[in-house]
Design a protein around this ligand. Structure first.
Ligand SMILES: NC(=O)c1ccc[n+]([C@@H]2O[C@H](COP(=O)([O-])OP(=O)(O)OC[C@H]3O[C@@H](n4cnc5c(N)ncnc54)[C@H](OP(=O)(O)O)[C@@H]3O)[C@@H](O)[C@H]2O)c1
Length: 149
């Protein structure tokens, strides 16, 4: 076999196709995963409101922001789960300034009640993170009955 056969033969073509596919899959995976915030900016004196922070991405975001010194209000529909998450965030970050409020986004009356109470009780809002949600919309809102998108 000649040297030029190695660079133009079927093995080289399959190798190149494999490499292109692997790189494309890697890029696609990174694109789907989205960006990562690596900021270490301190947030003392700032108030953060984050919905659905008793679990998942919301909870880890709340933990990061509490760790950076912010007052963090987590707005959740299940108060027991929310209190448990808040206690865990307080103990892992050493920031006791983590508050729990009830909010069920499937009910507009709950949203109104939450907003009223938030305005009454909090002096400021610096960062709002609309995290709560679902990817498969088979649940409906309570008042009036509608689909959640
Ligand atoms: N994970 C991913 O790969 C991914 C990718 C792209 C986008 N997202 C989006 O990122 C967000 C968080 O994702 P995740 O994976 O962390 O989800 P998750 O673990 O399922 O957490 C969703 C949070 O939203 C809350 N929630 C759902 N419906 C609510 C309602 N009606 N009122 C109040 N809270 C409600 C849940 O409360 P309960 O615990 O009471 O159910 C839970 O705390 C979602 O909006 C999701 O669509 C996620």
């Amino acid at each position: 076999m000649k040297l030029e056969d190695l660079s133009t033969g079927p093995l080289a073509k399959y190798g190149a196709a494999g490499a292109v596919t692997a790189i494309s899959l890697l890029l696609l995976r990174r694109w789907i995963a989205g960006g990562v915030c690596r900021s270490k900016a301190r947030l003392e004196g700032k108030t953060v409101l984050i919905t659905g922070a008793n679990t998942g991405i919301g909870k880890e975001t709340a933990r990061d922001l509490a760790g950076r010194g912010a007052r963090v209000v987590i707005a959740c529909r299940d108060l027991a789960k929310a209190e448990q998450a808040a206690a865990e965030i307080r103990s892992t970050t050493g920031n006791g300034n983590v508050a729990v409020r009830w909010l069920d986004l499937a009910s507009l009356s709950s949203v109104r009640q939450f907003s009223r109470e938030f305005n009454e009780r909090e002096e400021r809002l610096d960062i709002l993170i609309n995290n709560a949600g679902i990817r498969c919309p088979w649940q409906g809102t309570a008042h009036p009955p509608r689909k959640v998108y």
